[in-house]
Design a protein around this ligand. Sequence first.
Ligand SMILES: Nc1ncnc2c1ncn2[C@@H]1O[C@H](COP(=O)(O)OP(=O)(O)OP(=O)(O)O)[C@@H](O)[C@H]1O
Ligand SMILES: [Mg+2]
Length: 257
Amino acid sequence: MLELQHVSFEAEVKRASGSKRQEIIKDVSLTIGDDRFTIITGPNGGGKTTLAKLIMGIEIPTSGRILFDGVDITTMPIYERARLGICYGFQNPARFKGMTVRKIIALAAGEEVASCKCNDFLTKVGLCSNEYLNREVDKSLSGGELKRIEIATVLAANPKLAIYDEPEAGIDLWSFDRLTTTFKQIHEAKNGHSIVIISHQERIIDLADEIILLKDGQIAAQGPKEEVMLLSGFSASTTTNPECVLIPQPSEQLGGR
Ligand SMILES: Nc1ncnc2c1ncn2[C@@H]1O[C@H](COP(=O)(O)OP(=O)(O)OP(=O)(O)O)[C@@H](O)[C@H]1O
Ligand SMILES: [Mg+2]
């Protein structure tokens, strides 16, 4: 189980008028239980990727605590979090010249992976193993291919908590179909593993147990899809579901109340 307690994060933001520290994540508290499928959505620049990086340890909170299965991981390095079973698929994956797809899958899995198993991971993201296993993860890959290979490495790591940052980005309709089936199957396996997907895609949002709407670094709403979508201002403005929590914003009210 993942727990964020009053997590805030500040960074130095450079502007024409000079640098200034800005709070990007503001007092975020949330819990993600085992076997849960959670979507984090919200406007561009709302802090979704930053929140994922804080969970993975790429950034360290300015204040607050992060717990994973009861262990305080707030300042724990990335590799130790990976050992505990947290894995993050980047919004913009890196390219690794000289490293093959086979090698990067083995690194993610923490051991050599048999060709048939690699095939399995690549098929789950809609790639043909024969064509890709010995390719280098370099600039010769298209954006969509790179993104799918990144997702395959997260699958290979088989983490207890997998965080995918906009897995739909740059992916064609057919591969996207395959991908949604893969996420659905992982969730249905109910083996204690949780999925967090940062997404704006309704078909992925539809799969989730819970939606977190992150806006301006804060949780603006949290709950089942229908309720959060209502509260997000896309539609009507009221809720009767006690499971759904709307956190009022100081500067504006979501949902036009
Ligand atoms: N290290 C940093 N230094 C300065 N500003 C940062 C840093 N990291 C993020 N930001 C800023 O914080 C805000 C949130 O960025 P973040 O990437 O988390 O947004 P996001 O919700 O993932 O957006 P998108 O939907 O476009 O991917 C943005 O305004 C971004 O420019
Ligand atoms: Mg992002």
